[in-house]
Structure formats: C-alpha cells, structure tokens
Design a protein around this ligand. Structure first.
Ligand code: PLP
Length: 416
C-alpha cells in the first residue's frame, strides 16, 4: 500500500482486533475470501439497475455475480425473492418502508426503542420518525414480547406496518404468533396491516435453522449481512409475494440508491455460500452455547443478567456493580474487552449512560472461543467491574492467544 499512514492504521486495527476480546453483539469476523472479494477490482464497475436490465454496458460478469448472490440468499433463507443491493441495514429498512407504504406518511408500530429497537425503527434522530408516524409497543414486566400487549397496541394504533426484529432483544421471537396476531387484527377490523421483520441481528441464527424463520411469516424481511451472518458490511431484503417485487426493487434503485456495490455483492455471495455449509450450523450452535455459558456464569457469580435464547444478553451493571453502562464499557475497554452500553428494560438512566451492557458471542466464537473461554470471560469481566481496576489487560490478552488470527479466518463453503 502506498499510503503508509492508512496502511499503518489498518495494521493497528488488526492488532487491536487480534489482541482484544470482542463482545459487541453486532460484530463478527468475515472470512479472508469475503474480504478479498470486497477489496477486488469489481469496485471499479458501474452497474445501476438489475441483472439483465442495467443502465451501463459491460455488465455480463457482474450480472452473473449478482444472480449468484440472489440465488444463494433465496436458498439460504428459503424465500422466493431477494434484493442484495442495499448498502447497509439502514438502507434496507429505508427501502422496505417505501416498498410497504409508498408515498404515504404511514404509521409504523415498532418496539419501544429503549427495549431494543434500532434507530431506523422510529428514533427522533432517524429519517424513520420524520417520514413516518412511528408509534411503539412495550415489552411486558419480564422484558418479553407479550401477545396481549401487542394485540392491544394493534387495536389502539391501527398501524400500516407492524415491525418486529431488534438490536438488543435476548430472547427467541415467535414469528408465527406475531403473524397470527396481525391476521386476527386485520380480519376483525377489516384492516390491512403489513408485517415487516428486521432480522439484522439474528440472520445467522435464522440461516442455521436454529430459530423461527421470519421469511415464512412476514411480508418483507430486511437484514444486515455482517452480524451473526458473518459476511461483508451490507444489507439485504427478502420477500415471497411477487406483488412486492417491483416496489422493493424500485425502492432500492433508483429511489434510494445509485450504483450497487458489486464488490460487496460478490462478498455477500461468498458469505451466503459459507452459511449454506453444514459447518455454519455448528458455528451458530456454538455461539448460542457460549452466550448461555457466559450469562450463566455471571449469574452464578451474583450478577443480574437478562438470560439468553440467542447470541446476546444484557448485563445489568447498575444493579450488579453500581456502575452505569458507560463506566462499565470504559472499564472493560481499558482491560482489552469491547462491549457496548445498552439500556435495560425500564431504564431510569439516559441512553448515553444507561444501566446495562450488551454482550454477544458471534465474533469470539468465529475465532474459536468455546464454552470454557466464555466462562473465563465472565469471570474476568466480573473481576474488572467489581474491582474497577485496569489490572487485567494481560489476562484478557492471554485468553485471545489460542484463538485464530482475524486476518487468517476461512470458513468452508458449499460448492458453487
Ligand atoms: N437493524 C437492526 C436491528 C440493527 O441492529 C442494525 C444495526 O445495528 C441495523 C438495522 C442497521 O444496520 P447498518 O448499521 O448496516 O445500517
């Protein structure tokens, strides 16, 4: 690389990733193959439009790549249609809202943001609350989705779109039940509320067949490709009803994006092929086991956690250690462990402090962490937060030594 300053900083970041324990629930390590595709000469190609209908010449090869990505996404999620062009999860949500509601300043019923919704699910600082009328359903007193609360919210709010899928919800989601509630509401009230699922966080668990598949129940499903799915940074939209095809595709291009990132689409295709391989199922199984082992160990040590049924859990650092989320995040970071502050159910502290930490195991499991490591991470985090010292850097570093180098990771993939 000719730019030595950037080269140096990339090397420093690789070192930081290799020497640290990464517990941010939305992060993961893509394979070398995925990164190679992402850094390929495909970045030089303009391909506005869709395979077979491009605005530029010279697109036969990128057409083949995008078609492969689409076919693999459809196979992976057992769905009829896929758009692999969204540049990110937020772009996918922007396009999905447009596809579902057109020009209408429609009403979206989403989860209360403090309970685990994403910025694009109606935050005052996001386009979503400016273009749409976003109203919210809460969790119940046990911080779980509750059918009676959702039924009541549907009746009261009469939304155009019901939105499920979250950034910090640690439990399984019964998509069949949510579909049934929406159908029941529509039938009873002669309404036409549509069902959207943003599965960004759990896409890998869905792909592995280890939780309910929202594609079977929702009108439109959006996702990122870089969290549990372990691909390049990017977005994805899936649907089954051909009536949505034109609306989704035109909402992505030309409504909200220009030229697709074909280098990223190639990387997505590789990630889908990796997720289709049986070893991906084992990987996600290990993620779930590690997350539970860490949460269980913390509970054994006296900590208050949400418990978990997926790849993440919430640790109530205020109740357990008398620290706010920001202080806990900083303490862990000073010792080489990265996690992020997160609101807990009914949090009394503002979001920039918050009372919890969100802890996830998708990333360290990709490097080879097992349940024993997860328990050691729990003990280490507990010591750090209890003693409030920076004495554990070496102990954290030691744990990472036997894990794989983040630059060398390769995952088996299905034959193309
Ligand atoms: N949807 C959910 C549920 C998320 O958690 C996130 C990111 O954290 C997104 C969408 C947005 O993804 P991106 O950062 O790629 O825009």
């Amino acid at each position: 690389m000719l730019d030595k300053r950037i080269e140096f900083l990339i090397e420093e970041e690789a070192k930081r990733q290799n020497e640290g324990i990464e517990l941010i629930a939305s992060e993961n390590y893509p394979s070398k193959s995925v990164r190679e595709a992402q850094g390929s000469i495909l970045t030089a190609k303009y391909a506005e439009g869709y395979p077979g209908k491009r605005y530029y010449g010279g697109c036969e090869i990128v057409d083949a790549i995008e078609n492969l990505a689409i076919e693999r996404a459809k196979k992976l999620f057992n769905v009829q249609f896929a758009n692999v062009q969204p540049h990110s999860g937020s772009q996918a949500n922007f396009a999905a809202y447009r596809a579902l509601m057109g020009d209408k300043h429609g009403k979206i019923l989403a989860l209360t943001l403090n309970d685990g919704g994403h910025l694009t699910h109606g935050s005052p600082v996001s386009f979503s609350s400016h273009l749409y009328d976003v109203v919210f359903y809460p969790l119940d007193e046990n911080a779980h989705l509750n059918p009676a609360i959702i039924r009541r919210a549907l009746e009261e709010e009469k939304p155009d779109v019901f939105l499920a899928g979250y950034s910090a919800y640690p439990y399984a989601i019964d998509f069949a039940l949510l579909r049934a509630l929406i159908d029941e509401y529509n039938l009873k009230n002669h309404q036409h509320c549509l069902f959207m699922v943003d599965m960004a966080h759990i896409a890998g668990i869905v792909a592995a067949g280890l939780c309910s598949n929202p594609c079977q129940y929702a009108d439109i499903v959006t996702s990122t490709t870089h969290k549990t799915l372990r691909g390049p940074r990017g977005g994805l939209i899936l649907w089954n009803n051909p009536d949505f095809t034109k609306a989704v595709n035109s909402a992505v291009f030309p409504y909200s994006q220009g030229g697709p990132l074909e280098h990223v689409i190639a990387a997505k295709a590789i990630a889908f092929a990796e997720a289709l391989h049986p070893s991906f199922h084992q990987y996600i199984e290990q993620v779930l086991k590690n997350t539970k082992a860490c949460s269980d160990e913390l509970i054994k040590l006296g900590a208050v956690t949400s418990g978990t049924e997926n790849h993440l859990f919430l640790l109530n650092v205020l109740e357990t250690y008398g620290l706010n989320g920001k202080e806990a995040q900083n303490l862990l970071e000073s010792n080489g462990i990265t996690a992020n502050k997160n609101a807990i159910h009914n949090d009394q502290l503002p979001p920039n402090k918050s009372s919890g930490l969100r802890i996830g195991f998708a990333a360290v499991t990709s490097r080879g962490a097992d349940e024993n490591d997860a328990r050691k991470i729990a003990q280490l985090a507990h010591k750090i937060l209890k003693t409030r010292t920076v004495d554990y850097r070496e102990e954290a570093r030691d744990l990472t030594r036997k894990w794989d180098d983040v630059l060398e990771l390769e995952y088996p993939l299905i034959e193309a």
